[in-house]
Design a protein around this ligand. Structure first.
Ligand code: KIV
Ligand code: ZN
Length: 385
């Protein structure tokens, strides 16, 4: 039976940490409503103690949405947890996401502390957050570089303290997919009562492996994925929501599913890109401008014979109206003929040969040949006029 993956969206927290991407409370409410319509299970709405604006945004998002759990980030500190609980007071279902570093690098160089003290503080934070009457998620920051036995000890201790969800972040995007997956498997094999909590994966993209690591974590038992729209986030970004949702949808063999309404993906990607003034790279999987564009002759010919030759996703499944055939100097006769037919021309084989030679001259000059260029091309080709 297919198992549900909870989608935890952190566009408004980890995503919004990107310099220049800050949103106003009103803009965040618009995004939160769209995330709700998209079908995410959890919205991480902000880090309330970090600024009055973030505090207010968590309050207003809590009022604005009803289905998703609203989550607020804290450090493992009393003031952070008090302020987060206050900001979540209107949430139908609220969650405090608290945690602390788990790698020796963080323990030594960030906290100047010891494993024992860090463990104690983490357990205390979970117990204290739990006393606020909300769900509690614990993050073991920099889990990707933590000593595995210590990480297991930490996960076991916070579950015993009442954590509902335990997040295993690859904070620095360091892990390789098979090794990140092995970390999750190790926790399932070695942590007592691990099934009392949901294990969550939160991966960064410093080596371009965030999505691969997330999928590896899910294949090894994690049941929540922490993601952002367009993969925005600190440095090279977070795991992108649209990639995880579509991998799970395309690969039925994984036996996993999400509640994401995939046909809304392109719309929300555009919304985030516009509001955050953060362009989506053209070759971005799923939502990039070229994700369903075919430009080389061999591909265009195959695509025109049957879209399945070169597409594993129907563009309308992710809200892109249609695939496109881009005419360039690499295009073949089949694509040129197709576009001419769409414009109402019916060139004979001989006409097409002549047109194609002229087309290549224009394409070498112009890079992309558009419909206006084609109309001019036909007008200037005596054989057809
Ligand atoms: O990357 C990370 O470790 C985080 C935590 C705060 C969850 O964003
Ligand atoms: Zn993060």
């Amino acid at each position: 039976m297919s198992q549900k993956i909870e989608i935890f969206d952190t566009t408004l927290r980890d995503g919004e940490q990107v310099p220049g991407c800050q949103l106003s409370t009103d803009e965040k409410i618009i995004v939160a409503r769209e995330l709700e319509a998209l079908g995410v299970d959890v919205i991480e709405a902000g880090f309330p103690i970090s600024s009055p604006g973030d505090f207010l945004s968590v309050i207003e998002i809590s009022k604005a949405v009803k289905d998703p759990v609203v989550c607020a980030l804290t450090r493992a500190k009393k003031d952070d947890i008090d302020v987060a609980a206050e900001a979540l007071r209107y949430a139908k279902r609220g969650r405090i996401h608290t945690g602390i570093g788990s790698s020796d690098v963080h323990i030594k160089h960030k906290f100047n502390s010891t494993r024992e003290k860090i463990l104690e503080q983490g357990v205390w934070a979970v117990e204290y957050a739990k006393s606020k009457g909300v769900q509690v998620e614990f993050f073991a920051e920099d889990s990707g570089r933590a000593d595995l036995a210590f990480l297991a000890q930490m996960v076991e201790a916070v579950i015993a303290a009442g954590a509902d969800v335990v997040n295993i972040p690859d904070t620095t995007g360091y892990c390789l997919p098979h090794l990140y997956g092995k970390r999750i498997a190790y926790l399932y094999e070695n942590v007592k009562n691990i099934h009392k909590a949901t294990i969550s994966v939160h991966c960064h993209n410093d080596l371009g492996l965030a999505t691969a690591n997330t999928i590896s974590g899910l294949m090894n038992g994690a049941r929540q994925a922490e993601v952002t729209i367009n993969g925005i986030g600190e440095r090279a970004g977070n795991t992108s929501l649209e990639e995880v949702a579509m991998i799970v949808q395309v690969h039925k063999d994984l036996n996993l599913h999400t509640n994401i309404k995939s046909e809304k993906l392109y719309g929300i990607s555009t919304l985030i890109s516009d509001l955050m003034r953060m362009p989506v790279q053209p070759n971005k999987a799923i939502v990039g401008a070229n994700a369903f564009a075919h430009s080389s002759g061999i591909h265009q010919d195959g695509f025109l014979k049957n879209a399945e030759n070169y597409e594993i996703i129907n563009p309308s499944d992710v809200g892109v109206p249609s695939s496109s055939i881009v005419l360039t100097a690499r295009s073949g006769r089949a694509a040129l003929k197709h576009r001419l037919e769409l414009l109402g021309y019916q060139p004979s084989k001989t006409d097409l040969d002549v047109l194609y030679d002229n087309f290549l001259v224009v394409a070498d000059e112009k890079k992309n040949v558009n419909d206006e260029d084609l109309v001019a091309l036909v007008a200037n080709t005596p054989i057809l006029v």
